[in-house]
Design a protein around this ligand. Structure first.
Ligand SMILES: *Cc1c(COP(=O)(O)O)cnc(C)c1O
Length: 221
């Protein structure tokens, strides 16, 4: 199937209120251009250098999302080009993003990544860490970042029950924060969960943003 076909497929399939983040990492700008011509404007990249290079080659109205693990020494380069940083996985990283944003006079949109998978390797806050941090004075001081919601990745498994229960646990945390820490902010709205293999479950469990790569572009090289 063509890239254009796949974009049309996903945009017609996704319910109202679920945004498609088309994950273009490792695919050439020509592939992104094809998706763009099919109407897609939101793309996700996981390497800062790659995002910057593609941004320079492609139309200016693309909304670039950073979905990878962000190293603090790359924040400065990324900030001018990024619309939303999905994987803010530590207090230290958020503090550093705030510091660079302040220097540049920016307000940077961020999602906090919560560790919901069983694997040790996936990044993110534990629920306890997150609740503790969000109630701390150090979080309150950060005026140059806006927390738009949460992001998570399920365990890489074919067990649907495991995936579903991980997404459910994240939705619970999201709802809890929405009515407590963020109750006065109407910008805490996004739950970024679901990829090519598990987006259907994610949508059933409250996703507002699915990050889909291989189901649109085919396998990455
Ligand atoms: C690569 C990646 C995706 C997309 O994965 P697919 O299986 O190709 O849909 C989604 N989210 C993150 C964080 C990724 O790194």
């Amino acid at each position: 199937m063509s890239i254009a076909h796949n974009i049309h497929y996903f945009t017609s399939l996704l319910p109202h209120g679920v945004k498609l983040v088309c994950v273009s990492k490792f695919h050439p700008s020509s592939a992104i251009q094809e998706a763009y011509e099919a109407g897609q404007r939101v793309f996700g990249e996981s390497k800062v250098q790659e995002l910057i290079e593609k941004q320079a080659q492609l139309p200016a109205d693309i909304e670039w999302h950073f979905i990878g693990h962000l190293q603090t020494n790359k924040i400065k380069q990324l900030l001018p080009y990024v619309y939303l940083i999905h994987g803010v996985d530590s207090a230290k990283l958020l503090v550093e993003i705030n510091k660079e944003a302040k220097k540049k006079g920016l307000l940077v949109n961020c999602l906090l990544q919560v560790h919901i998978a069983k694997e040790e390797t996936k990044f993110g806050f534990s629920t306890e860490e997150l609740l503790f941090f969000l109630q701390s004075e150090s979080f309150y001081q950060l005026k140059h970042v806006r927390i738009n919601g949460l992001m998570g990745m399920a365990t890489n498994t074919t067990n649907i029950d495991t995936i579903r229960s991980e997404f459910k646990s994240l939705k619970l945390v999201f709802d809890q924060l929405k009515t407590s820490v963020f109750s006065s902010q109407n910008t805490f709205t996004e739950l970024s969960v679901g990829m090519s293999s598990d987006y259907e479950i994610a949508i059933e469990e409250g996703s507002t943003m699915v990050r889909i790569g291989s189901a649109i572009f085919g396998p990455r090289l």
